[in-house]
Design a protein around this ligand. Structure first.
Ligand code: AMP
Ligand code: MG
Length: 487
């Protein structure tokens, strides 16, 4: 297999020589393949020769002959505090691959050992978080939300040290439109290096926003386009009850994909103030704060781009504010569109916002499960009985709301199909993710992981074998769910 090639190119390394440091993967003593995404591999145009060598290739043991392994440099605001240099401390970019649809995709190994940016870290990833990212990123893709993808998960055969003790190490192969983040630009703006800032902005324009390149003000158009994509992304998160948990600027992708699944979780019971991450003590990244925090991140992005917007600082600032002001209307349009179809509606009415908000308030007051709540609308539309309907009608305004909503539905064609197509049966519920991760980490039993993966990648399908995953596991209990970052 010496000389195996993956058809990789290296546009970033060629265009941006200062954006990275070379970094070789550290071999894994006993690589063992846990999961391999054949559908994604096919999308990338890779045949069975790649699949046959997946264990060696995606553990970092065999470097493809055409790899140019690097770790990217970036800065970032973490929980509001600026860190001038972070970088890929445990991720190595092998190169880029032009997929069968003509899109350039990054191929990155996460957990393949130390890099020049590792500082005190071991450069490794624990099996649990690797499998969480695999499950949740593939679920997000199946739910129609832009995201990085998971190609492979391989055990390294090593135990690594984490606060909870010794745990199995693993490597995740992540595929992304790119791994550039707001923090990648912040690296240069913090140093006042406008030349490198412009080189990177030009690269982002060419790779991700070619339409913005040909406008009269390409950098302003770039800012506006990123704002629009991020507004749509967060609306997508809200619509499935996803809580990212660590919306730092180094985790905000310039391509508009969900990036970094460290402490993420999903709402079970609808609670807008829900926070799951152990390190998010102030609730900075709570469910309901995600749009505002994305706006905060985009404001940091606008600041980095100021020198490119206009040579006159006042004019540059005015342009930046004008662009930032488009975030809320973009977000609201996207949010209304997402939630309108979740209510089975295709037509727009001036009071849609109220109708949606009142339903969410009803879910909140009745302590309903978010995902089940939207599924119950199917029964409600047909005047069938449903346990959640009984809970709703205990609330003072439930019947008024149901009457108004049914009246709207009666003027729709085929609202039942729309309800079914817009409301997932299956999300990667925290309790089930934990259950699968525990079996994998404690017993190296991957059967629960594969069963859950099969279910969450067909979120709309009603399947007897997946029924359990439609609700939290029975043993979940009432203890609040907590996730841990960077472990
Ligand atoms: P994250 O919390 O995954 O966004 O990571 C924040 C920063 O810490 C990034 O620069 C990571 O590369 C780095 N980092 C996290 N875990 C490790 C590790 N085990 N070894 C080295 N660097 C790490
Ligand atoms: Mg990160």
């Amino acid at each position: 297999m010496a000389g195996l090639r993956l058809g990789l190119s290296h546009s970033l390394a060629e265009a941006l020589p200062d954006q990275y440091a070379p970094a070789e993967p550290t071999p894994a003593p006993r690589a063992h393949r846990v999961a391999y995404n054949t559908v994604l591999a096919t999308e990338l145009g890779w045949d069975t020769a790649v699949a046959d060598h997946a264990e060696a290739l995606f553990s970092g043991n065999r470097l493809p002959a055409d790899a140019h392994p690097i770790a990217l440099a970036y800065a970032g605001h973490q929980f509001g505090n600026f860190v001038p240099l972070l970088g890929d401390g445990r991720a190595i970019l092998l190169g880029e691959r032009l997929d069968s649809a003509g899109r350039l995709r990054d191929v990155q190994l996460k957990g393949a050992g130390r890099t020049p940016f590792s500082r005190g870290g071991d450069g490794r990833a624990a099996l649990g978080p690797v499998l969480r990212e695999y499950l949740v990123s593939e679920a997000m893709h199946a739910l129609g939300i832009p995201t990085t993808r998971a190609l492979a998960a391989v055990l390294t055969g090593e135990q690594i040290h984490r606060p909870q003790g010794r745990v199995p190490g693993a490597v995740l192969t992540r595929v992304a439109s790119s791994h550039l983040r707001i923090g990648s630009l912040q690296l240069w703006s913090a140093q006042g290096d406008t030349i490198r800032l412009k080189q990177l902005a030009d690269y982002v324009l060419a790779r991700h926003y070619p339409a913005a390149q040909t406008t009269p003000q390409p950098y302003l158009s770039l800012l506006e386009a990123i704002i629009a994509r991020q507004a749509e992304l967060v609306a997508g998160w809200q619509a499935v009850g996803f809580v990212h948990g660590v919306m730092n600027t180094d985790n905000t992708s310039l391509a508009g994909e969900t990036l970094d699944y460290g402490p993420c979780a999903f709402l079970d019971t609808y609670d807008p103030s829900a926070v799951f991450s152990s390190i998010d003590r102030g609730g900075r990244y709570a469910y309901q704060r995600q749009p505002a925090l994305m706006h905060w991140n985009l404001t940091r992005l606008a600041e980095t781009l100021l020198p490119l917007l206009d040579p006159n600082p006042e004019r540059a600032t005015a342009l930046a504010y004008t662009a930032l002001d488009t975030f809320i209307p973009h977000y609201e349009t996207a949010w209304h569109a997402r939630f309108r179809v979740k209510l089975g509606l295709s037509t727009q009415q001036p009071d849609d916002g109220t109708l949606i908000q009142e339903f969410l308030a009803l879910l909140h007051a009745s302590h309903s499960d978010f995902t089940q709540g939207f599924l119950a609308l199917n029964a409600a539309a047909q005047h069938h009985t449903h346990p959640l309907l009984d809970a709703w009608t205990q609330q003072p305004n439930a019947n008024t709301w149901l009457t108004r909503w049914r009246d709207r539905l009666s003027r729709e064609t085929d609202p039942l199909s729309r309800l079914q197509a817009s409301n997932p049966r299956i999300i990667p519920r925290n309790g089930w993710v934990e259950h699968a991760l525990r079996a994998a980490t404690e017993q190296l039993d991957f059967e629960p992981f594969h069963r859950l993966l099969a279910a969450v990648t067909q979120p709309l399908t009603e399947h007897p074998a997946h029924r359990d995953y439609e609700t939290p596991p029975p043993a979940q209990g009432r203890a609040p769910y907590v996730t841990f970052c960077g472990t």
